[in-house]
Design a protein around this ligand. Structure first.
Ligand SMILES: Cc1cc2nc3c(=O)[nH]c(=O)nc-3n(C[C@H](O)[C@H](O)[C@H](O)COP(=O)(O)OP(=O)(O)OC[C@H]3O[C@@H](n4cnc5c(N)ncnc54)[C@H](O)[C@@H]3O)c2cc1C
Length: 499
């Protein structure tokens, strides 16, 4: 395929080639084969930013192991698990769509992007053990988490994940384990989906094109993209634009000037991993192990010890550690991104955020100034016998946390994902990063529902939707129907070769 394919005056323009645009582009084309779609990507390669396998943790977020989705304890001591159930259901939709893509021959070899890896939650100390026991009791009764196991026994936990036990003292510990967890290479998945996309009639990808301007002219969007290799600006027009530019979405939204973007700000938090290539150690760990947040760490910075399957081999990542940055993108970002995003309409919110989140500010300063020995201390919480020589520090992706004004409050740092859509439903942009890629299919489905309702209403669209995501209809939630869940879950997992 050519490096640059132009589709003039398409129906849809997608900005960015990460997992969001990749899913959206393919879903739209399947729902309406006559749609013409242009995708612009600033990098020469596809999905090289947050979606790339090395830039995120690759956890198929399903609420199994992430304690941050079940933070609340009720007065009676029970733990609220509704959020975990919601994320699980959304990840099931992702698996349904990707398994459809495999079974219909749209993409191949699921092992290259998704693999089964048990998900563990691991805690230490009386209070945390008590919490995990209550969480387990709340989750185990739901059919989504029926397979979950719980133990406080060192011998049992050593069978699940031996590194957690080696060299550990006598402090009480507990863990839950579920074999149905996954490791996902979202970059590989995006590239597979886009390989199909760019072969379709009326679809084109222009790599090496940085979108620099978005302007509404009458009822269409004029998009200006700079072809970096040639130093030329390519101007195009479409009725609908999706800004899936990851960290680059906020500046583009600001350029678009829609009222819905007024007051929005972004705050970048860089990420770093410790990675281990010692095959003897890597071979003894086969799990994703999540713990409790340390100190004032934001939920998305809760460290975890992860088996990863990347580029056909197994490796071990620990982190993420936060890092200071003013860039909004890891590879194609500029140090001026943060200062240039400060506008008169968001300056006050940004300043107030700084003052009202001093814990977060202190946490970032502490993270940014820590040494390798400090990082090893954190790793020792999970793997007490870890030795510094087996680990090296690498960069992960950057998350630009959406900052917005809220009613009655001066502003909040929004850790979730936020889809901003204008009143005409002619432009949508995705901000934020969590739970992110895992629930990209659900997020993109919501964009389609809002901005392309006619596609879902047509006889072809309805049938196609049912074939792609059999349980997309919110009236038949898997969370409320165990039989339907088991059938759909088994089917998707078989095709994705997870069982
Ligand atoms: C450290 C870390 C760990 C994470 N862990 C997980 C996890 O375990 N599980 C999970 O589900 N999610 C995780 N996430 C979140 C997940 O990675 C993101 O939600 C997801 O990848 C976002 O996809 P995207 O398509 O929106 O953005 P991206 O993948 O960043 O893609 C945006 C694309 O837009 C391009 N672009 C930007 N600006 C322009 C422009 N002006 N013109 C043209 N192109 C442009 C970029 O080059 C890039 O290719 C993690 C994120 C980070 C940073």
């Amino acid at each position: 395929m050519s490096h640059v394919q132009y589709v003039e005056n398409p129906d849809v323009i997608l900005i960015g080639s990460g997992v969001m645009s990749a899913n959206l582009g393919v879903m739209l084309k399947l729902l309406e084969p006559r749609l013409s779609i242009q995708l612009y990507e600033v990098a020469d390669g596809l999905a090289q930013e947050s979606s790339d396998g090395w830039n995120n943790a690759g956890t198929g977020h399903a609420g199994i192991c992430e304690l941050s989705y079940t933070p609340t304890r009720e007065a009676d001591g029970s733990v609220k698990v509704a959020k975990a159930i919601e994320i699980f259901e959304q990840f099931e939709q992702s698996k349904q769509f990707w398994s459809y893509a495999v079974s219909s021959g749209l993409i191949d070899n699921p092992k290259e992007f998704i693999n089964p890896v048990p998900h563990l939650s691991f805690v230490h100390g009386e209070a945390q053990v008590d919490f995990l026991r209550a969480r387990y009791a709340g989750m185990k009764v739901h059919h989504f988490f029926r397979e979950m196991e719980y133990s406080t026994e060192r011998d049992t936990i050593a069978l699940w994940a031996p590194l957690l036990i080696e060299g550990r003292g006598s402090v009480p510990i507990a863990a839950t384990k579920m074999n149905g967890g996954t490791d996902v290479n979202f970059g590989a998945l995006s590239r597979k989906l886009l390989k199909w996309f760019e072969r379709q009639e009326g679809c084109g990808i222009a790599r090496g094109h940085r979108v620099v301007g978005l302007r509404k002219v009458n009822s269409t969007w004029e998009v200006r993209a700079e072809y970096l290799a040639a130093g030329e600006v390519h101007t195009n027009r479409a009725k609908f634009v999706f800004v899936g530019a990851g960290g680059g979405s906020l500046p583009l939204l600001q350029t678009a000037g829609i009222p819905e973007a007024r007051g929005l700000g972004g705050f970048p938090i860089g990420g770093q991993w410790l990675t281990c290539d010692n095959t003897e150690i890597v071979g003894r760990h086969q799990a994703k192990v999540y713990g409790q947040a340390l100190d004032a760490a934001p939920t998305m910075a809760v460290p975890h010890l992860d088996t990863r399957i990347l580029d056909g081999r197994r490796t071990l990542l620990f982190g993420p550690f936060a890092a200071w940055t003013t860039k909004f993108l890891h590879k194609k970002g500029r140090f001026t991104d943060l200062p240039f995003s400060v506008r008169s309409d968001n300056l006050l919110t940004l300043m107030k955020i700084g003052f009202s989140n001093l814990d977060l500010v202190r946490y970032l300063i502490q993270q940014g100034t820590q040494s390798m020995a400090d990082r090893l201390k954190v790793l020792h919480v999970f793997y007490p016998a870890a030795k510094i020589d087996d680990w090296k520090l690498i960069d992960a992706g950057i998350r630009v946390q959406a900052i917005k004004k809220t009613d009655g409050r001066t502003g909040i740092v929004h850790y979730g994902t936020e889809v901003i859509t204008d009143a005409d439903h002619s432009i949508s942009a995705l901000l934020g990063a969590s739970p992110g890629a895992s629930v990209s299919v659900n997020i993109m489905f919501k964009v389609i529902k809002k901005c392309f309702p006619h596609l879902l209403a047509s006889p072809h669209g309805r049938t196609q939707m049912k074939t792609m995501i059999p349980t997309y209809n919110e009236d038949i939630k898997l969370a409320a129907n165990s039989e339907r869940f088991y059938a759909a879950h088994q089917h998707a997992d078989e095709i994705l070769q997870l069982i």
